[in-house]
Design a protein around this ligand. Structure first.
Ligand code: ADP
Ligand code: MG
Ligand code: ZN
Length: 625
């Protein structure tokens, strides 16, 4: 429902046609004409040519750079009538050739320059630049936004503007399964509808809201719903559209976008795929790795700093599925200081989403949306929308009047196959293991200092590797961690594996990433932070990155004696083992709670917020032995 679209100037095709014709002429004159204008002569190997010269059969030779032509002596010269035959050969580097020809009395000369020389020469100078200009134009045009807008529009933003259409307006009712995110965004709608209420008290209206979550969970949909609910214009542009091959285009697009938006305020600017421009400046490979992206990012930052709440209510919504690579500057106060997690939906959410999308198809009597939701853990909203459509297509193909449960069953299989490994569907046993594992992290984490508050446990698989996850949010900003806290973090990381040990008395492969991180952290404690009593406050690591606490990857060690290396290994092992034991003790001591929470988690697939806090409050520290 794009309503406003820029008028497009007529296609600038005359110039291009002339270019094409000129290019054709050039090609013809320089490559094709010579081939035809020169009579074709049979070619022979160079050795044969030399042989014939030596035999005295050759009358005259024309030596060119790429070709030598020679004419055999005619019968006339030999006493007969016929003109000598002409052959050609490819020259090799042979300085002795003139001498040989001289010796044998052969008439020889260099090839005269081609007759049409000046034409092709002149064209050779004129055409290539023109072709270049043509190619340039072609790219500019593609960059300029689909239509042929000529060179002047390089820097124009390509934002599509949506205005609340009466018929097809997106609202919060179209979005389900992401209740937390919705609750946060209701507030944004309020800002847009009644900014006065906030500014009157002196509250600053937030400028940027970042929607974070895996693909297909409804981030774009939510942004549209915010605009629909608030009834304001909605400028939508994707981060990748800012970045073109020309330096400076991106930043002028940003400027243009915000200029337009300010005119329409209050309104929403939605930047999809923010990571395309917002990549951390330090992570962009070489220093100054991508100038263009950096300039675009800087422009965005300065635009966001530039507009003040009093002159215009422009709220910038952005979406990304890779928050970890965003430049920290984007997340500072006054920019995207609000972050809203849009996660894959849990069981009840999936049912609600199915319900929304099933509204447009005819459902049979036997369809049980709850059962479908149960069978589709890990599906994002877009996958579910796709699923409903696939089922409807199957029903139509089978000439049914309405969609039956069997169609859904088949569609699930298709969608799962199509999803590849994007989200895995776990079997019941795996699900149970993952649940205990995650609850293990949560229980240990809730006791340990310095590992933040456990906000969410989920066994809805996410991404390629994580089958489930436990989300801990720091309760305060921390820049320093002390030894106890680091030990606590290691114990928390081992909590998952320890739970598997406690419950199943066996270990699965799922914990490898946890172990990696725990070991890295322990190694850093010993080699970087000097926290080992035995090894003392020495830095055993090389390199400058050692100063970053959470970098994760240990640096190569300094040159050291074998004995020291062994001592380090022993210390690291000791730290990890102690933490492991601590995790095991905690879990054994809280075995009942482990069971209770896991059962609940298996039922709902995700636990968060207050109910989770209440459950975790019952966890008690194991008595020290
Ligand atoms: P994202 O931007 O997070 O990648 P989209 O918003 O583009 O995902 O979602 C694509 C489509 O999937 C939507 O247009 C909608 O039909 C469906 N969809 C995704 N998430 C939801 C949801 N939470 N509720 C209802 N429909 C959803
Ligand atoms: Mg999207
Ligand atoms: Zn784990």
């Amino acid at each position: 429902m794009p309503i406003k679209d820029k008028p497009r100037p007529p296609r600038f095709s005359l110039f291009n046609n002339i270019l094409l014709i000129l290019a054709g002429v050039f090609l013809f004159v320089s490559f094709i004409l010579p081939v035809f204008s020169r009579p074709q002569v049979p070619g022979v190997p160079y050795s044969l040519f030399i042989h014939q010269v030596q035999e005295g059969d050759v009358a005259r030779v024309q030596v060119g750079q790429n070709q030598i032509r020679f004419q055999l002596k005619s019968d006339e010269e030999m006493g007969g009538e016929q003109v000598g035959q002409v052959f050609s050969t490819t020259p090799i580097f042979d300085l002795g050739l003139p001498n040989l020809l001289e010796e044998k009395g052969v008439e020889f000369a260099a090839t005269p320059p081609p007759k049409n020389g000046w034409v092709s020469n002149a064209l050779g100078w004129i055409i290539p630049p023109l072709i270049f200009v043509g190619i340039f134009q072609f790219f500019v045009r593609r960059g300029g936004g689909g239509g042929a807008q000529g060179m002047l529009s390089i820097g124009k933003s390509k934002a599509k503007v949506y205005v609340e259409g009466e018929s097809a307006k997106t609202t919060f009712a179209d979005v389900a399964g992401v209740d937390e995110a919705k609750a946060e965004l209701v507030e944004v709608v309020d800002f847009l509808k009644t900014p006065g209420r906030y500014t009157q008290i002196g509250a600053r209206i937030p400028k940027g809201v970042l929607l974070v979550g895996p693909p297909g969970t409804g981030k774009t949909l939510l942004a549209k719903a915010v605009a629909g609910e608030a009834g304001v214009p909605f400028f939508s542009i994707s981060g990748s559209e800012f970045v073109e091959m020309f330096v400076g285009v991106g930043s002028s697009r940003v400027r243009d976008l915000f200029e337009q938006a300010k005119k329409e305020a209050p309104c929403i600017v939605f930047i999809d795929e923010l990571d395309a421009i917002g990549k951390s400046r330090s992570s962009s490979g070489f220093y100054g790795g991508n100038d263009e992206r950096e300039q675009t990012l800087n422009q965005l930052l300065s635009e966001m700093d530039g507009f003040a709440a009093e002159d215009a209510t422009v709220i910038v919504l952005a979406a990304t599925n890779r928050p970890e690579i965003l430049d920290p500057a984007l997340l500072r106060p006054g920019r995207f200081d609000r972050q809203v997690l849009v996660d894959r939906p849990a069981l009840s959410g999936r049912e609600a989403i199915l319900k929304i999308h099933a509204q447009t198809v005819k459902l049979g009597e036997d369809v049980d949306l709850n059962a479908i939701a149960t069978r589709t853990p890990g599906f994002a909203g877009a996958d579910l929308a796709n699923l409903v459509n696939e089922a409807a297509l199957l029903a139509a193909r089978n000439q049914r009047e309405s969609v039956a449960q069997a169609d859904f069953a088949e569609a699930i299989e298709r969608v799962v196959a199509g999803l590849e490994k994007k989200s895995r569907v776990l079997n019941d046993k795996e699900k149970k293991i993952v649940a205990y594992h995650e609850v293990g992290h949560a229980i240990v984490g809730s006791l340990m200092p310095g590992s933040g508050r456990v906000e969410k446990i989920s066994i809805v698989s996410r991404g390629m590797s994580a089958l489930g996850y436990t989300l801990q949010l720091p309760t305060e900003d921390r820049f320093l961690s002390d030894e106890t806290e680091l030990r606590g973090q290691i114990a928390t990381l081992l909590g998952g594996r320890s739970a598997e040990e406690v419950v199943f008395n066996s270990i699965t492969t799922g914990a490898s990433n946890d172990l990696q991180r725990a070991t890295d952290l322990a190694e850093q404690m010993v080699t970087t932070f000097g926290m080992s009593k035995i090894l003392g406050p020495l830095a055993y690591e090389q390199g400058s990155r050692a100063m970053f606490l959470n970098e994760g990857v240990p640096n190569p060690r300094r040159m050291m004696s074998e004995a020291t290396a062994e001592a380090i290994d022993r210390e690291v092992k000791d730290i990890v083992e102690t933490a492991h034991q601590q995790a095991l003790d905690t879990l054994n001591h809280n075995r009942d709670i482990l069971e209770t929470i896991t059962m609940q988690l298996l039922e709902t697939e995700a636990l968060e917020g207050k109910p989770l806090h209440q459950l975790l409050e019952q966890v008690q520290a194991a008595p020290a032995i």
